[in-house]
Write a protein that binds this ligand. Sequence first.
Ligand code: PRP
Length: 187
Amino acid sequence: MDRKFYLYILRQKKYTLLAMKRLLGEDQIRKKVGRLAGQISRDFAGKEVLLVGVLKGAFIFMADLARKMTPPVKMDFVRLASYGAGTVSSGKVRITKDLETSVKGKDVLIVEDIIDTGVTLEYLSRRLKARRPRSLKTVTLLDKPSRRKVRFQADYVGFAIEDHFVVGYGLDCNEEFRNLSGIYVLK
Ligand code: PRP
């Protein structure tokens, strides 16, 4: 767990040295996803679930979760963006790619890779609730509770983590590293 991986990454014709420390290995993630899928499957037994994946980060988690679920599942995706550029969120969010499916009267489960300030999911769940689903719940693989700026609690949480910058298993740094099988802290 404490091993650091040093990577030379070619970026814009220059090599950059990055230190990565493994936070969660492939096995740990697989077991957790299996447990979450089991719990969700029991809670949604006898219902059809509409999974709403939040692009892009959630796509790998959603693919693994969906394949472990036993109730019938349908899938759709949304993409959101914060207003303004930069690393500090302005706290204002908009939908840049909306659902292609109506959620009205359906049992909806939002699937997210990570909750940080909570701004994205607070906004998305408020917008989706207004479309009158029968039920609306949220699952996140990772949660950083210490970073919250708005009140938001997911119904299902894989791992609560400290305030590290994490990549892998869907999470990126400038679009890199989404395809790593584990989750790594990037220094
Ligand atoms: C990440 C993550 C969540 C959001 C959480 O997405 O996937 O959607 O940030 O942050 P918040 O709780 O502070 O709102 P990101 O904007 O990095 O886009 P990506 O999923 O396409 O990488």
